[in-house]
Ligand binder design. Sequence first.
Ligand code: HPA
Ligand code: ZN
Length: 329
Amino acid sequence: MSYQHLPKLDLHCHLDGAVRPETLVALAAEAGLSWPPDAASRCRVAATCRSLPEFLKTFEFFLPALGSRAGLRRAALELCRDMKADGVIYFEARFSPTLWVDAGFAPEEAVEGALEGLRKGEAETGVKSGLILCGIRNFPPERTLVAAKLAYKYRDRGVVGLDIAGDERSPLAAHREGFAEARKLGVPITIHAGEAGPASNVREALEFGATRIGHGVHVVEDPAVLAEAVKRGATFEMCLTSNLMTHSVDQMANHPFAQFLRDGVRVTLNTDDPGVQGSTLTQDFERAEKELGLGKPELKRAVLHAVDAAFASESTRASLRARIEEGWR
Ligand code: HPA
Ligand code: ZN
């Protein structure tokens, strides 16, 4: 069946990884960058990609084009339109506002550009959203602290949480201060862990205060960590297409999503980087049906897990829950 017109949530979507390639090409031209003729295809993950670090290489190519207030505003607005077309009624977009500090583009400007786009997008499409700010594991830890402070500063203007993304070989421990600040300030925390790295990274993320885990597929390798995550009521933000592209799982049949869902683990289905992957959330729902054998009642449960875990007010979650119940009847 088609899941396109069923109401869905996307809690794990990178704003920078969601930009349409043609928009990046246009932004590069506006910025006066001289991009090669094959630039649009270089904004997509290569079919030969075998790992998370290779996957992340794609971002290095196009990120210079996105480092402006107007660029982030446009990216966020178009993301609302793309989500609307895909049947998404609420999403949380994330990005690192400190990506362009070396180029002189200030983190506050980055946050404001993204928020302006999300606000305009909600007014136009009715799609609700929140913004999560990221640190990057393989970047200076001071930037994670900057992201934590900005998440607090902009908490009443659409920023809903703190994350850390990037190369999982770089230790989370270096970023202790940023997450301590977030906990102190009451900023909700999600952390990429157990994607390319081991189950112990998931334990570390829980200890850092994460109530949601980005991916976490490798948690299956340590039942004690999985049990700890379940005990704490943590939610896993899983992303099927992305996990295949980064080879976090070697084949879909080995993805833990279906088993987790059937075992009552709080799992959700998300896009990760729809622009870079050339994928949609609907496609991942259809993959879950065709390749993992999940049916509509089970997938509805995953959407309801996302409602429960959304970094949104109880009244927003109640209204999302009602719309899911209505739409998936
Ligand atoms: N993992 C880590 N960093 C990222 C990802 C991811 O899946 N996508 C974009 N940045
Ligand atoms: Zn991610």
